[in-house]
Design a protein around this ligand. Structure first.
Ligand code: SAH
Length: 224
């Protein structure tokens, strides 16, 4: 787990507590996840123009046509991964780095891949500012996973894909869990895949709407 993000003590603590209450009211039960939301300074991960909305339960623009997802969706993602604090996790789509920071508090080590260089650098700065250390942000095409550090106990894909890229399944450890939104560019179903021996068990978790996963095994960048 990360050593002390700047959670408690800053002037946004009250806003975070209210957001935690809202997430609980909307059904989030995992205490480690709620604790992470109460500690991570989301205002450091959004552009100054929308900072006053940082603790609303809504998606916000982060530049480059990308969005930071709604906190409820991010908390739900973490909840279904059932992390215990000991896992090595791969995240595809760093974006602002906010979800990466939440992951860092509920897992042991996080590798996060982002295709847009400028977002990756901004995310690194925000993560550092938040005191999060057990995270490595990498620039590349996450549809190929990130082989050097595989296998992963959990993989979280924060962008929508037409199908599950095979390398992600290959890089999942025994018993590992993968969450990914599958569908077309306009709407998707959040899917949980679990490796059980030689089998992959898939569960559908409801409708979601994410920006596209662009890459070799996702949507084609040229048509974006
Ligand atoms: N969870 C993020 C939001 C992610 S938005 C947050 O908390 O801010 C989805 C991100 O996926 C975008 O930043 C987009 O650039 C990135 N992305 C899209 N296709 C990708 C790919 N093939 N590899 C890595 N990142 C990708």
């Amino acid at each position: 787990m990360a050593a002390g993000p700047v959670g408690a003590g800053d002037s946004y603590g009250g806003f975070r507590a209210r957001l935690v209450g809202e997430l609980q009211a909307k059904g989030i039960r995992d205490l480690a996840v709620l604790r992470a939301v109460s500690q991570v300074p989301r205002h450091l991960f959004v552009p100054p123009s929308v900072r006053h909305r940082a603790y609303e339960d809504s998606a916000l623009p982060i530049g480059g046509g990308q969005t930071i997802s709604q906190p409820w969706v991010q908390a739900r993602y973490l909840e279904v991964l059932q992390l215990t604090g000991r896992e090595k996790v791969l995240e595809i789509g760093t974006g602002s780095g906010y979800q990466t920071a939440l992951l860092a508090l509920v897992a042991d080590t996080v590798f996060s891949v982002e295709r847009i260089q400028s977002l990756a650098s901004e995310a690194r700065t925000a993560l550092e500012g938040a005191g999060v250390r057990n995270v490595t942000v990498l620039v590349g095409d996450g549809t190929l996973g990130w082989r050097p550090f595989a296998p992963y106990d959990a993989i979280l894909v924060a962008a929508a894909s037409p199908s599950v890229p095979a390398p992600l399944i290959e890089q999942l450890a025994p018993g590992g869990r993968l969450v990914i939104p599958i569908g077309d560019r306009d709407s998707q179903v959040l899917q949980l895949l679990q490796r059980e021996g030689d089998r992959i068990v898939t569960t559908s978790l409801g409708d979601v709407r994410f920006v596209p996963l662009l890459g070799e095994l996702g949507f084609r960048p040229s048509t974006s």
